[in-house]
Ligand binder design. Structure first.
Ligand SMILES: NC(=O)c1ccc[n+]([C@@H]2O[C@H](COP(=O)([O-])OP(=O)(O)OC[C@H]3O[C@@H](n4cnc5c(N)ncnc54)[C@H](OP(=O)(O)O)[C@@H]3O)[C@@H](O)[C@H]2O)c1
Length: 201
């Protein structure tokens, strides 16, 4: 069984997406995402796949959908590399497929639905915390969120406050599940309050 790792950027109000897009642009975070996921397969929901500008070189793309789409394994040329693209109808089916089952690490890259169904079995997390409230007042917007309300015991391995070229400060946090005897943060709220810049709230 591979290790599941979440890579996610979320806001102070737990938002990850609005109307099919990520509601901020952090150039450095895109570079970080590519560096973290390079060489490993990525698991994602259909909407997140649709939001990608194209297949990313150097990593397999595994997409979950409930639609009855052809399940043949496909290989696409991406630049100079050839990348696997697979479609599965359930998480169990995807995790049993050789491309994921034989991997050491599987990076779960969203969106909200897929973070939720994999959360309990995820061991490691690469968070980008954007200390802004994003949720619009107006309704009718398709909102995707990260499940930050669960009582997850996490240990921070590394954290770094960064300032993007566009001036939006954010925090990179690498965390994993607490092991017996380690200090922990009871909830994401305590965890975030401890590590996020207070002035941003
Ligand atoms: N900030 C970040 O780090 C980040 C990361 C990724 C994505 N995003 C944003 O998040 C938004 C997308 O997230 P989302 O939650 O709306 O969608 P999503 O999780 O990307 O995809 C949802 C789709 O996945 C399929 N699906 C969901 N659960 C399934 C299950 N149990 N079994 C099989 N298939 C399943 C369904 O596809 P079908 O409808 O085809 O059946 C469902 O409509 C976008 O705005 C995107 O830009 C943000």
């Amino acid at each position: 069984m591979p290790k599941l790792i979440h890579v996610v950027a979320f806001s102070a109000d737990h938002i990850i997406g609005l109307d099919g897009k990520i509601p901020w642009r952090l150039k450095g975070d895109l570079g970080r995402f590519k560096k973290i996921t390079a060489g490993s397969p990525m698991l994602m929901g259909r909407k997140t796949f649709d939001s990608l500008p194209g297949m990313l070189p150097g990593r397999a793309h595994v997409m979950l959908t409930r639609q009855d789409l052809p399940k043949t394994r496909q290989t696409y040329s991406v630049g100079k590399s050839k990348e696997v693209f697979e479609i599965h109808n359930t998480l169990d089916e995807a995790l049993a497929s050789p491309v994921l089952a034989n991997a050491e690490n599987v990076y779960v890259i969203g969106g909200g639905d897929i973070y939720r169904i994999t959360h309990d079995q995820t061991e490691e997390f690469f968070f980008t915390y954007v200390p802004r409230r994003i949720l619009p007042d107006a309704g009718g917007v398709d909102v995707a969120s990260y499940p930050t309300k669960r009582n997850d015991n996490l240990v921070v391995l590394d954290s770094e406050e960064v300032h993007d070229v566009n001036g939006l400060s954010h925090v990179y946090i690498n965390a994993r599940r607490r092991r017996a005897g380690e200090q922990d943060f009871e909830t994401y709220y305590e965890f975030i309050e401890h590590y996020a810049p207070k002035r941003a709230f």
